[in-house]
Design a protein around this ligand. Structure first.
Ligand code: NGQ
Ligand code: ZN
Length: 452
């Protein structure tokens, strides 16, 4: 199918362009150029940006947003939150997961994310035994992506053990566990499950250095065979201490020791790093997968974004626990965390440059790399993923160029989105997802049944 779109203004790799014509063939940008209006071209007002990839999501956690905000009897931490999370996922069926994921993905699209890398570890039935259809849960994710239109990178997670040691899995982790053979089959069947999701792809995700051995890592790298490979790393200080106690290495050191970390890798969180580790990740071409809203919510700590960026490190953002979902929230929290630590402003941009633009451009490049799909720019050969901002939004009045992005990220609680297209298909109109009602109603029914 051919579409011609006429953007009033759009951000291309060459900068902002007015009256930009884009020809889309089967969801992919086939031609970009300024020119005279063409008959049949659909005109799109406002400023259009390339859609943002969301490089890290656990979609089911949208259903427990806010439920981890009750302080426990003792010290409240990431680890006590994790217990609440395990209790929440205990009873979820594939139908529940599909309903919750669809809601999360619709909100992502409304918030400016056009692609998601789903870090998927809830594999098995409530008793810990595999479903008859091994990829039943992966299929639920695929269906949610298909229904909402978000671009999907599915990352089946390899989870072998409860913690360094190895410790046996706890009761709360029984639904995640696979041996290598079963995992290989799961990956194969997950790949089949996404076959009819437009332009979807897959990779693999060893959950963390806590949950796999160095041998498992090598196995996961082989299975990924050139595709994206994601891992949680150095999110919590206790994790760093446990790693040191286990093998004398910090988590990032251990990772570089046992894997060939390169541009295919996405290191989620990477919060607690030495300067040498930070510089090593930057030099490797791996993407730092930052989830600033979740990292704040869980009390993780602050990634050294300012220095990582100065060293040419790739980074992108993810909504992770989905406690709140939106491009503006993540990028703003990333910049603000640096400001609060450094007591300075403009941490994530070069001297004299727009902070919003620098954040947006960097997160596009890092996010696209982490998702392993041809996305992240309005350019020939890329997917036609567009986010159009509402030019009439009060936060954007009388702004132009970079100032629009600055105000959209810093002066509006959420990105002021009017329209979103994924692979050329319009999925958000007037700021609302086209299936919002259906998706929200099903989500509410599932939540009532679960929490009653
Ligand atoms: C997860 N989430 O897998 O959902 C993790 C928590 C863990 C974050 N790290 C569980 N934000 O890391 O063991
Ligand atoms: Zn995570």
């Amino acid at each position: 199918m051919t579409q011609t779109l006429h953007f009033a203004e759009a951000l291309t790799p060459e900068g902002f362009q007015r009256d930009l014509f884009v020809r889309v063939e089967d969801g992919v940008i086939a031609e970009v150029g300024a020119g005279r209006p063409q008959a049949g071209a659909e005109r799109i007002a406002g400023l259009t940006l390339p859609g943002m990839p969301n490089l890290h999501s656990h979609a089911f956690q949208r259903g427990m947003a806010g439920l981890g905000e009750r302080r426990g009897a003792g010290d409240d931490s990431f680890w006590t939150w994790r217990e609440v999370m395990y209790r929440f996922l205990d009873r979820l069926t594939p139908e529940d997961v599909q309903a919750i994921a669809a809601q999360a993905y619709a909100e992502m699209l409304e918030g400016g994310f056009t692609a998601v890398a789903e870090f998927h570890y809830l594999h098995h039935d409530v008793d810990g035994r595999p479903y008859g259809d091994l990829a039943a849960m992966a299929r639920a994710i695929a269906e949610a992506a298909k229904e909402t239109g978000v671009g999907l990178t599915l990352l089946p997670v390899l989870y072998r053990q409860g913690g360094f040691g190895p410790q046996p899995p706890t009761q709360g982790q029984r639904r995640f566990i696979c041996d290598r053979d079963r995992f290989a089959r799961l990956v194969e069947e997950s790949a089949r499950a996404i076959a009819d999701v437009p332009d979807a792809t897959w990779g693999v995700a060893p959950h963390s250095l806590r949950a796999v051995t160095p041998e498992d890592l090598a196995f996961a790298e082989d299975l990924a065979a050139g595709r994206p490979i994601h891992i949680h790393v150095a999110e919590q200080e206790k994790e760093v201490a446990d790693s040191l106690a286990h093998n004398g290495l910090r988590p990032v050191e251990a990772l570089f020791e046992s894997a060939s970390v390169n541009a295919r890798w996405c290191l989620i969180h990477a919060t607690h790093l030495t300067h040498a580790e930070r510089d090593r990740i930057a030099a490797s071409g791996a993407v730092a997968g930052l989830c600033p809203v979740t990292e704040a919510n869980l009390g993780d700590g602050i990634f050294d974004g300012a220095h990582f960026r100065e060293r040419g490190g790739f980074f992108g953002v993810g909504s992770d626990s989905n406690v709140e979902i939106g491009v503006a929230q993540e990028l703003r929290m990333l910049e603000y965390s640096q400001r609060l630590r450094d007591r300075r402003r403009g941490r994530m941009a070069d001297a004299g440059a727009s902070v919003g633009r620098a954040l947006y451009d960097n997160a596009l490049a890092g996010g696209a790399r982490a998702c392993g799909r041809s996305i992240g720019a309005i350019a020939v050969g890329r997917r036609a993923d567009f986010v159009t901002l509402d030019a009439n939004h009060l936060a954007l009045v009388a702004r132009s160029g970079d100032a629009v992005i600055d105000s959209a990220l810093f002066a509006s609680s959420a990105l002021p989105v009017s329209e979103v297209r994924v692979g050329g298909r319009c999925v958000v109109k007037n700021g609302r997802h086209i299936a919002k009602e259906t998706v929200a109603k099903r989500f509410a029914a599932v939540m009532r049944a679960l929490l009653d």
